[in-house]
Structures are given as C-alpha cells and as structure tokens.
Design a protein around this ligand. Sequence first.
Ligand SMILES: [Zn+2]
Ligand SMILES: [Zn+2]
Length: 301
Amino acid sequence: MKSRRFGWITSGPFFAVHVLAVVGVAMSGWSWKGFALAIGLYYLRMFGVTGGYHRYFSHRTYRTSRFFQFVLAWLAQSSFQKGALWWAAHHRIHHKYSDTPKDPHSFRDYGFWYSHVGWILSKDTEETELRRVSDLARYPELMWLNKYHLVPGVLLGVGLFFAGGWHALLWGLFVSTSLLWHGTFTINSLSHWMGRRRYATSDDSKNSLILALVTMGEGWHNNHHYYQRSTRQGFFWWEIDLTFYILRALSVVGVVWDLQSPPAAVRAANRIKDLPAADAAAPLLPEAPLSVPTAALADAE
Ligand SMILES: [Zn+2]
Ligand SMILES: [Zn+2]
C-alpha cells in the first residue's frame, strides 16, 4: 500500500504553474491568439508524450535513429513530465501491475485524484528504477536528460519569453502546460474508469473517443493494454489516432521505421462480447499475454 508521502517542496512549481495560468489570464484578459499558441504547443508536446514517452520509450513499439530518439526525449520533456527514463520506468510498472496496489497510479486501489495527479506529487515515485529501463540507460545523453529533466521545458519558456514576452510565456507555457498535464493524466485516471471495454484484460482499461481526441490516440487504452507492442492504438480505421498518423508520415520519410500494428487474428480474439459472461466478468489472464518483453527490444541505430 502506498504511504502517500506528499512532496510539498518539489510540488510547489506544479501548483505555481496553475496559479500563474489562471491569474495571468484573469489579469491580462482572454486572447484568441494566445489560446491558439497554447493549443499548438499542447498538441506538439502531446505528440512528444504519446509518440515519445509512451509508444517509443516505454514500449519501444517502433525504431528510430539515436539522434531522433534524443529529439523525442527533448520534445517529451518539454512537457515537464520528468525524464523519459523516469516516465518509461513508471509506465512499465503500471503495465506489469495494472490496477493492483503495486501499480503506481491504480485507479481501482487509490481512486481518481491519486491516479490522476497525486502519484506524481508523491515522494514515493520520485526515483527512476533504472533496472526497468536498462535498454534506455545505456545512452548517456538520455541519462543526462533524465537527471536535468527540466532543461527542455525551461529553455522553451525562455524562448517564448524572448519571442513574445509575458504574453507568449503565459499562453505558450503556463496555460498550455496546465492543459497538457491534465490531458495526459486522464489516461491514468479516466481511461481506467470511463469508456467501453472491447477486450478482456486483467485491468480496468477502457476505450474512449473523447479521450483519444484529447490525447492524440491514447484514449484507445483498452486496445493498448490488450496488445502493447502495437504502435497504433486505434485498432480500426474509425478509431482516430493522431499520434499514429504522424508516426506513419515520419516513417514515409525514413525518420522512424518498423511501426507495429495488431495482426487481424489478435484484433479479433478475446473480445468481451464473444466470451461467456463469466469469463468476460473475470478476465481470462492474470497478465496481458502479448506485452512485449523489454529485453527483446531493438536498439536505436
Ligand atoms: Zn502503455
Ligand atoms: Zn493503463
């Protein structure tokens, strides 16, 4: 069970960003230009979160060059969600122990607020368990970024300030980052709570179109828990997955390669609607059977 020791000092900046966003907009007034900047940087950095932190560093669902791997880590970390190694290590624990007390953000065990944001502010989750990300810890540049994880975000803030002053900093950093945090966090909280389940998995993961639009495709979370090695999380053409479309475009020009899709036989199996009611209610398998073992992952080239 979590001790839930709250890191008051380290959490200070997290609350400060929210306060600055709200007070800043209240004092300087609404700006559509500012809002467009916030949304632009929201989706750019959300791609770093989903295409970088999640589908590349945590699950290694595709391959890329060492240079672009660094670009992905930099872009992801400009979202102020700690180091790529920290993120991936905790996410791998999430999949290993989904919706059990050992899951760092189990909605089932710890409820909405802890799974949404409390776990990030807790002292219990500050460390990066490097043994869980040994495939990534071999790269000194990623280790450096993991240690100085604020550098990309702070430099983004400095750049915004010099480009557009307080107005750009307010909308591009404080407003955009507050939205981006909560957009991302919905996957740990709401995606284990709201939506529909297609596949029988041992956790509570759900599929939701609304969350998929907010998170560039991560809302197909039940699909993802069922078959983690797929780059694509929308398993069918109507399941909008913006991250995958961008990765596919990048693969056309050779920046990334070996994108994975779920085989048709996998997509068709283990559907809850096809299972006897007893099996669907009590899922078949204690752990998702098709998760990719991290030891088998390919290196960046
Ligand atoms: Zn995942
Ligand atoms: Zn999950």
